[in-house]
Design a protein around this ligand. Sequence first.
Ligand code: FEO
Ligand code: CA
Ligand code: CA
Ligand code: CA
Length: 690
Amino acid sequence: MSDMIRDDDGVSNPSANDHLHQLIEREIARNPSRRSLLKSGATLGLLGIFGSALTACGGGDAEAAPVPGTIGFKPLAANSGSAVVVPEGYVAEVMFRWGDPVLASAPAFKGDGSETWREQEAQSGENHDGINFFPYPGTDGNTRGILAMNHEYINPEYFHNVANFNRPEVADNTKKQLAGHGVSIIEVRRSSTGKWEYVQDSPYNRRITGYTPISISGPAAGNDLMKTAADPSGTEALGTLNNCGAGQTPWGTYITCEENFNGYFGTDSATWVPNALQGRYGLSKGGFGYNWHKGDSRFDLAVNPNEPNRFGWVVEIDPYAPNSKPKKRTALGRYKHENAECVLSKANKAVVYSGCDERNEYLYKFVSNGSYDPANRASGANLLDSGTLYVARFDAGTVVGDNQGTGVWLPLVFGQNGLTAENGFANQAEVVIKARQAADRVGATMMDRPEWVAANRTKAGEVFLACTNNSRRGTTPASSNKVDGTTVAGSARPAVDEANPRAGNNWGHVIRFNEANADAASTTFNWDIFVIAGNPALDGAKKGSANIDASNTFNSPDGIQVDPEGRLWIQTDGSFANTGDYINQGNNQMLVADIATKKITRFLVGPDGCEVTGVCWTPDSRAMFINIQHPGEVGSHPNAPKDLKGFASMDEFIANNPTAFSRWPDGASAGRPRSATVVIRKLDGGVIGT
Ligand code: FEO
Ligand code: CA
Ligand code: CA
Ligand code: CA
């Protein structure tokens, strides 16, 4: 057992989908005399998957394990304040903000948005999102690690100084926005006071941006649809964009997800119209208003029509090999990946679950052909390049208990189920590039915006899916069924079904499914609805399911993860208006659920305007890292002014008044609000949630 500890890298037990650290702690609790054996003999060479060599070994001397899964804190009330609030006995400390220096060469954040792109590419990106913890080589990870995190997008109104606001035609401004995207990798340490800090000059620190060279691997590599004038071989993309959620492989790599990539593309061409592929992926002349095509022709749809095909993938990064080249793993399919949850099947195949976050899109999973050998880290190196991509169909099945249904994983394999040349799929490369259309054809179930998928590593085969909300199901006509603002001809709005049971689903729900035979590689599953979020102040279906009451009401579940001891954590990204449908719900928040009882308890409330997203732990579950994204984003902000004081738009108002909505996290000295990583710990040093 001991020689398996390090290559697990704090994630999962290959044979039982259990957490190795947890198995060790359990064994120590049962037989304390084995402590030193279990804690000292854990040595295994860690070879950089894509490059440099490292050595890792177990060490440290953890305390006795608490009762796994206990939830013991005093529940938190909703609030609409301007701070991060956690329960009594806990502390939440800001550790790593947008603009904080990552590389040794980086300047300190200036506070006025005046950084150049060169300075931004050495600092933290903006809009922190998915985050994963990797134990520092040679340690047990409980006091030292490497964090990898996503920077999903930038808010132009906060990102530049006034002189450069709304001037994408200045190439350096577009380049700076690209530099604010991507991934940060930072070393983190627990200090002698117990507080965590990041290390600026660590050799592991790295920024990956919207223009970092990234290999294209798997079936789409070299396909004609992947070729551009700048890359005639179709094998190397520049950058990763809109990195939303993420995941971690059992071999210790970071898998980051490209979500709403379509929004960065556009064109001023009067004659451009989207083809079927571009239309299905939501590409449009105006995009989301970034207007990068004005500053960089790479993003001009009329000039580089294949460039968007090089986004919408899962990208694998080895955080232990800072000089390694990231890889776009095309076998996992191209769509708006939310996160990527990786577990091992009974036969040690890599299984990656991922949702496509858009209204009425699908849930997918990938099962590798090969198997991972836990004694040989390098056996994971190219596992994600070949395997079977599936998409989920949720069936009503026989009603057993609470909304129990069955489901099938439908293969997206060239030549099967109509995925043939005459139907527009010339080969498997085209199946993965056009994964949405392939899923349409095989009859997958349209979901209420699939957000994060979270596996319960204390129960093999059990997986959760957050469906954040969906205002476009059921009750209104097809004419209002829009994709990114464009009416989609002929697409009827789907009716409610058992897995998406509510029309006008403003609050969202969480589905649980259990794979057949408790094996992640199975092609069938059972499912039930774990919670239908809602508001007890309202009537009927709007109230939500029985485990929602006045003490835990929330909307829009988004980030979810099951901690190493089996608690389900739920983070929200929805309305913080605290009025109407959302009355008494306060700001976006984080709750925790007891999976056995379905009881849900509020644990954290974020500052107004923010989304709470991304969560990971040290292996001993005594430090929790979360991200606070876009504090001060206006959205439904109750303080949004009606009078813009002569400014042409709210964005222009904010560009000129960058502290009008939030000063989080810097307070009185703030030049503008900043997304940030927050570390949560229990003052008595205990496990988070107890
Ligand atoms: Fe980036 Fe679906 O949230
Ligand atoms: Ca999200
Ligand atoms: Ca969301
Ligand atoms: Ca967000």
